[in-house]
Design a protein around this ligand. Structure first.
Ligand code: JHZ
Length: 395
């Protein structure tokens, strides 16, 4: 693999969403080394060691996209745009989670694919047509028999979770109508490097996409990005609008602009990644310094939002229960559990839990605006937040 260059080592990590039950405090967890690679030829950035989908996405998956108002609103806005501009007869969502996107459509018009059956059944119970299966050519063929062609396929924060991208796009081609549109949305590599958000790397994010890397794969399948939208969600995401090369479309200026931005920042060259790695190490030292100082001052520090991303930060920086008393989180599936690797208790979100707290480490920093809005009282009585991006700081 002479094209692969390793540029970042985020140390030993547990699986990011593998929350332990409270009686597993002394359990030795399996860990792997989280190393990040840049492919000189394809320009793709990926993690080195990967796990099978069955290990990561199963019937105990804890993540629910409906836990944030920001995401609910973002999906709602997109669904209105889809109805207005594309007028699809049938929509397929790959990675429909608990239905926060598909619920915006008529039940007869949408199909959801969600392999984590504990999450999929939430949408199924509401009467939506969902399949607790992985996205494969086998499934695409099965769906084709039932629905003939699909004219809009949407997938948010899912394609980067599937190792075999060839299978992903082959399966899409099997079912996307001739003039159909594919919309995919994932964290942006450019924003990740700009903001030093190294916590976008964990076992589930096999890839972090840039337009320049994605286009190279799409080309193999005669698929073309005709529009790009940059979103603030999840700390900076890119939404790619894609069609078959043979379809009728006009490539919008946003594509050229995005490509220029990525190239100007240096995403096609290893140098930018090496500089990023240096900043990550510097930020680690700074964040550890902040936590040590607060511990010395005997301040009460808690975590807000036990995210998959924070698993990377906490394990990389060795911040455990000695530094953070507990995490609060609105997700039922995470409550009464321990954070992976660092074993910090996670408690059900209640405002009263913020009463004697001095500092909050914002695990869900990507929802900063939403959370700051919710916690005005904590802020007005002098409570402070610890943020790790773009440079660790207290605000
Ligand atoms: P959030 C997951 O990552 C995993 P995570 C996955 N791999 C992925 O790609 C992204 O999602 C999309 C809580 N919360 O969305 C809810 C509050 O408690 O940043 C969640 O547990 N109160 C599929 O885990 C967590 O924070 C609140 O007010 O990094 C947010 O997790 C809000 C807004 C959130 O994703």
């Amino acid at each position: 693999m002479k094209n692969l260059i390793e540029f970042l080592d985020l140390g030993l990590q547990p699986l990011a969403n593998n929350y332990l039950s409270s009686n597993q405090k002394h359990r030795r967890e399996k860990k792997y080394r989280l190393k990040i690679l840049f492919n000189k030829k394809t320009k793709m950035v990926s993690i080195k060691d990967t796990f099978s989908s069955k290990i990561m996405f199963n019937n105990k998956y804890p993540y629910r996209s409906s836990m944030s108002l920001t995401m609910i609103n973002s999906f709602k806005k997109l669904s209105l745009e889809i109805k207005r501009k594309f007028k699809p007869k049938r929509i397929l969502e790959i990675g429909s989670n608990d239905g926060s996107f598909i619920k915006n459509f008529n039940k007869k018009k949408v199909v959801g694919i969600e392999p984590c059956s504990n999450i999929e059944k939430i949408t199924k119970k509401k009467g939506f047509d969902t399949y607790a299966e992985y996205w494969t050519t086998h499934l695409a063929k099965k769906l084709r028999k039932k629905y003939s062609k699909i004219d809009l396929i949407y997938s948010a924060n899912t394609i980067t979770h599937i190792k075999n991208l060839d299978e992903v796009f082959k399966s899409i081609l099997l079912i996307l109508s001739k003039e159909g549109t594919l919309i995919i949305e994932d964290p942006s590599l450019l924003e990740c490097l700009k903001n030093n958000t190294y916590d976008q790397f964990y076992n589930e994010h096999i890839y972090v996409f840039s337009l320049i890397a994605l286009e190279k794969i799409l080309k193999k399948y005669n698929l073309v990005v005709f529009k790009v939208e940059n979103l603030q969600v999840h700390g900076g995401s890119t939404r790619y609008f894609i069609k078959r090369k043979s379809a009728k479309f006009k490539v919008e200026g946003s594509v050229k602009i995005q490509k220029r931005k990525e190239i100007n920042f240096g995403l096609s060259n290893i140098k930018a990644y090496k500089l990023f790695a240096k900043r990550v190490l510097k930020n680690k030292k700074k964040l550890v310094g902040i936590f040590n100082k607060l511990k010395y001052q005997r301040k009460k520090v808690i975590g807000y939002g036990a995210t998959a991303k924070s698993t990377t930060i906490l394990n990389y920086c060795n911040i455990n229960n000695n530094y953070i008393s507990y995490f609060i989180d609105t997700t039922k599936e995470k409550q009464k559990k321990l954070t992976p690797g660092t074993k910090i208790p996670i408690i059900k979100y209640q405002k009263k839990l913020l009463k004697n707290v001095d500092y909050i480490f914002l695990g869900a920093w990507n929802f900063k605006k939403e959370i700051f809005n919710k916690e005005k009282r904590f802020i007005s009585r002098g409570g402070k937040f610890i943020l790790h991006t773009p440079i660790p700081k207290i605000i």
